[in-house]
Design a protein. Structure first.
Length: 202
C-alpha cells in the first residue's frame, strides 16, 4: 500500500474514533437580563425580616420552596444595608452570604431547584479585585458549566449581573466569590433579584 493511502486511511480511522468516543457537550451560554422569559420566577428577598447588621437578618433557607428553590450549604441572611451599594438591587433587602471574609475556603451557597430550570441569573456585589463564580449541576450532580463573572465599579466594590442558560436541565447552582490574588479562598458577597426559567413538564 502506498504511504499516502495508508496515512489517509489512518486519519479517517482516527476521525471516526473521535466521533464515537467524544462526549456530548451541552450548549451553554452566558446570558443577560433580557434572555429570561416574561414568566421567569423572580425572588428579591424583600418580604424577609432584614437587618443592617451583617449576618443578623432572617436566615434564607426554605422560604421560597413554594416558588421552586431552596438555599443551603452556606449562611445567607436578609440584609438592608448593602442594597444601596448594588445598583440594580431592589429595596429593602439583599441576600448577604457569609464566606469567611477571606480567611479561608468556605462551601459555596447552593440553590436547589425543585423543578429543573434552563436559565438562572442574579445581581451580585462584593469586593474589588475579585470575581463571582456560578456553577450549574444536573440532577445527577454532574457539573454542566462553570463561569466566572467580574462586575463593574460600584459602592460595594464590584457589582453586576450573572446569568447562565443550559440545554441540560439545571437542578442546582453553586455561588461563590474569590479574590484574584488567591482564588482558593472565599469572600463574602451579596445577591439580589434571583430569577430562573423553569422547564415545563411534558
Amino acid at each position: 500500500m502506498k504511504p499516502e493511502r495508508f496515512a489517509s486511511k489512518m486519519l479517517l480511522s482516527a476521525l471516526l474514533a473521535a466521533v464515537i468516543v467524544a462526549p456530548h457537550a451541552s450548549h451553554a451560554s452566558v446570558i443577560g437580563l433580557g434572555a429570561f422569559s416574561g414568566s421567569a420566577t423572580v425572588i428579591n428577598f424583600d418580604t424577609l425580616s432584614g437587618s443592617e447588621a451583617i449576618g443578623t437578618g432572617e436566615p434564607i433557607t426554605t422560604q421560597y420552596a413554594g416558588q421552586g428553590v431552596t438555599f443551603g450549604n452556606a449562611a445567607a441572611t436578609a440584609n438592608t444595608l448593602l442594597g444601596s451599594s448594588i445598583p440594580a438591587s431592589s429595596a429593602p433587602n439583599v441576600a448577604f452570604v457569609e464566606q469567611g471574609s477571606g480567611q479561608g475556603s468556605m462551601p459555596p451557597l447552593s440553590l436547589f431547584f425543585s423543578v429543573p430550570v434552563s436559565r438562572v441569573g442574579m445581581d451580585f456585589g462584593s469586593s474589588q479585585g475579585s470575581f463571582f463564580t456560578m456553577a450549574a449541576y444536573d440532577s445527577s450532580d454532574t457539573l454542566i458549566e462553570t463561569h466566572d463573572f467580574v462586575g463593574s465599579g460600584a459602592a460595594i466594590g464590584l457589582a453586576g449581573f450573572a446569568g447562565l442558560e443550559e440545554t441540560t436541565p439545571i437542578a442546582r447552582v453553586e455561588l461563590s466569590y474569590h479574590p484574584n490574588s488567591n482564588p482558593s479562598i472565599s469572600f463574602n458577597f451579596a445577591i439580589d433579584n434571583l430569577r430562573f426559567d423553569q422547564i415545563p413538564a411534558n
